[in-house]
Design a protein around this ligand. Sequence first.
Ligand code: MN
Ligand code: ZN
Length: 508
Amino acid sequence: MDIILQQGGEWRADCALVLLPQGGAVRDAAPALWAYSPWIALSPALRDCSGRKEELSLLYGHPDLFLPRVLVAGLGRPEDLTARTVRFALAGAAAACRARGFSSLALPVETLPWAALGIPLEEGIRESVCAVLRGLYRLEAYRSAPEEDRAPDMASLALCFPGPVPDAARAAAEEGLAEARGVFLAQDLVNGPANLVTPSVLAGEARRLAERHGFSCEILGPEEIRVQGMGAFWAVARGAKEEPRFIVLEHCPPGREAEQPLVFVGKGITFDSGGISLKPAAGMERMKTDMAGAAAVLGLFAILGLLPYAGRLPRVAGLIPATENMPDGGATRPGDIVTALSGKTVEILNTDAEGRLILCDALAYAQKRWKPRLLADIATLTGACLIALGREVGGLFTDHPGLRDLFLKSAAAVGDLLWPLPLVKEYEDSLKSATADMTNTGPREGGAITAALFLRRHLDPGTPWVHLDVAGPARADKASPLHPVAGASGLGARLFYAVVRSFATGDY
Ligand code: MN
Ligand code: ZN
C-alpha cells in the first residue's frame, strides 16, 4: 500500500476518515474536511454519528466528488481517551473500508487526537500510519485459493494536510510504514506452522534481510554450536531431526565498528513439544509460537533496514538461538548434566524448561564477543509469567533502574504492556542441584522469577541486562483490530526499535 501526502486542495480518495469523540461534532473533529466537503452537512446519516466507542457511520456524497464518502469512527468519551483507543479506531476503520471495497483512504491529520494525549504530531503520524496498516494485516500464504469473501487490497493511504505538507511528516510516515512491515514479518513468522517455519527458515529470513539491507549475518550450524561450547543450547537441539541454527545479525553503520553494540536476543524454539518431559496434547499446536522472541528480533531488523536514516542509528546486533524441542532417542534425558557456554554446569531436571537453556548460551555468547551497551532478551519463557500478569502484559526483569524506566517508557510509547517483576535473591536456593552448579528449573510458584535468576547466573556481574518474559502477550488467541489474525500479536519489534531510537537520540 502506498502512503501519499496531500496538501490542502489536493485531497482525494474513495473515503475520508473522521475520528469523533463522544458528544462531539464532525464539523469540529475535521474542520478543513467540513469546509472542503460541504455536502457532509446535508448528509442524513450525520445525525446518527454519536462518537460512541467502536461506532462506525458512513456518510455518502455524490460519486463524482474528490472525496465521495466519509467514515466517522467513534472514540468514546474524551476523558477516557487513550493511545490504544486511537490505534484501535484507526485500525478498525481501515479494515472496515477495505471490507467495503474502497481502494483508497484519506486521513485528515486534523482529526487525529494525538495532541490531546500529549503526543506531538510527527509521532502521531508515525503511530497513525502504523495502526492503519496493522488493521489491514492478513495471512494468506497457506491457502490454496483466496477466501470467497476476500476484499481486494487497498491501494493507498493519503495523509491530508490543510496547508502545505511539512517535511517532517514524510519521514514520520515512512517510519510508521517501516514499523508496520517489521510487525508484519514478526506476525507472519509466528503465525506460520512449525513444519514450514523451521530454524533454517528463520536463518534464511535473517540472510534475506542482511542481503537486502546490508547487515552482516553469520549462521552457525550444529557442529559450530557444539564447537563453540554452547552445551545448554545443544542439549535442547539434539533431540530434533530438524537442524538447529544460531543466527547472528548485525547492523553496523560505517564508522561505528568500535562501538559497543546494543544486543537483542530472541528465543527461537520453532516448536516446543516439551522434549522427553512431553507436554499434554491439548493446545500443543500453539507451541509453534515459541519463537515469538526470535520473530521480534527479525522484525526489529526489518524496521532498521527499511528506515532511510538507519545509518544514523547505533550499532545493533541480534542473536537468535533457533531449534525445535523434540523427544527422540538422542534427546536430553531429565537428570542429564551439561556445560553451558558460561562454563557453568546445569542439571536438566525438566526438558520443557528449554528456553532458558538456549538463551543462557546466547547471552554468554554476546558477552564473550562484545561488551554490549545493552543486552536485552525476549522470550515466551514461562507459563508462570502468564499466570502472574495475564495474557496482555509481559514481565520485565532487570537490575538497572535506568533500563527499567527506558523499557517501560518505550513499551508505553508503542502500546505494548510491560510490568516490572523482581529478581528475588532468596529464590536463588531453588536452583540448587545436588550434583551440578544449578538445575534448570525451580518450583512452579514464582517460576518466572527463577527462570530470570537462572539466566542471570550466566552473565558477568554488572551487565546491562534486561529480560522480557512475554509468554502471555506475544500470543493472541483472539483477534483484535491491531492484530486482525488470531495467533501472533507482533509484540517486541516496535518496542526494541523504540529502545534503539532512545539510544540514538540521546534520550537514554
Ligand atoms: Mn518448554
Ligand atoms: Zn518453550
